[in-house]
Ligand binder design. Structure first.
Ligand code: HEC
Length: 222
């Protein structure tokens, strides 16, 4: 009778299967805990900020090491001028999230990249330059959500239909959008240009401006 080769024996493959399954199981448990931490609001990974982040300015700066734009939480800048506790902020953001679900915004938009490509991604719409100024933004967003039909907000050339959103729902949706814009999404979506959020005081600091010489003006003798 021919000698059985060790790697061809059923017992070798049975043991291998048991070890591989066991090892994968342990890795999956580790990854599950790691992911839960990464996606929980206010967890220590810091990737998804606590709901009360809506009390602050949310800005983006370029991180040379990561080679991408990363969120920076700035000074206090409460939404609708009212500082909320963590619980109040959570209730408001949750209501906004429920509104986006019940009105099925994903039918046209993407949120964090999930959804449809008919309308712009909403992940950082809070920072979209199309809102004009940061002072007017909150009210513009509420008004836009309540009746977007007569507004052409950006260069898409498509209009958003009126979804019958109440003022309360619109305000909560704005809170949800502000909170979402603070999520560290590893640079997604790429190449977005945030709204100018510099303080008017900072803007008053004189800067050196290179003026083009007036057309036809004589060059000044030095
Ligand atoms: C039937 C398709 C459709 C649905 C559903 C829809 N939208 Fe829109 N939305 C659009 C289109 C199209 C635009 C671009 C409109 C424009 O440029 O004027 C838009 C623009 C926007 C903008 C401005 C985006 C930016 O930063 O430029 C926001 C914010 C927005 N939608 C939020 C929502 C929310 C929140 C919901 C769900 C409650 C929703 N939309 C549901 C089609 C839709």
């Amino acid at each position: 009778m021919a000698q059985e080769i060790w790697w061809a024996s059923p017992s070798f493959w049975r043991k291998t299967a048991i070890w591989v399954t066991g090892f994968s199981f342990v890795v999956l448990i580790f990854l599950t805990f790691d992911t839960v931490d990464q996606i929980t609001a206010g967890s220590k990974s810091g990737r998804v900020k606590a709901y009360s982040v809506i009390n602050n300015r949310i800005d983006y700066v370029f991180d040379a090491e990561r080679n991408m734009q990363v969120p920076v939480i700035g000074p206090e800048e409460p939404l609708f001028g009212k500082v909320l506790t963590e619980d109040e902020a959570k209730a408001l953001v949750s209501m906004g999230k429920l509104t986006t679900q019940s009105k099925n915004c994903m039918n046209c938009h993407t949120l964090l990249g999930n959804g449809s490509y008919y309308a712009p991604d909403l992940t950082k719409s809070w920072l979209d330059q199309s809102w004009g100024s940061k002072e007017a933004r909150e009210q513009s967003m509420v008004e836009f959500l309540m009746d977007p039909t007569d507004k052409l907000h950006n260069v898409l050339g498509r209009k958003m239909p009126n979804l019958g959103i109440t003022e309360e729902e619109a305000r909560a949706t704005v809170a949800f959008l502000k909170w979402m814009s603070a999520i560290d999404t590893n640079g997604f979506p790429a190449n977005f240009k945030p709204i100018d959020q510099s303080d008017p005081v900072a803007a008053l600091v004189p800067t050196t401006v290179e003026l083009a010489p007036e057309a036809g003006a004589e060059p000044t003798q030095q």
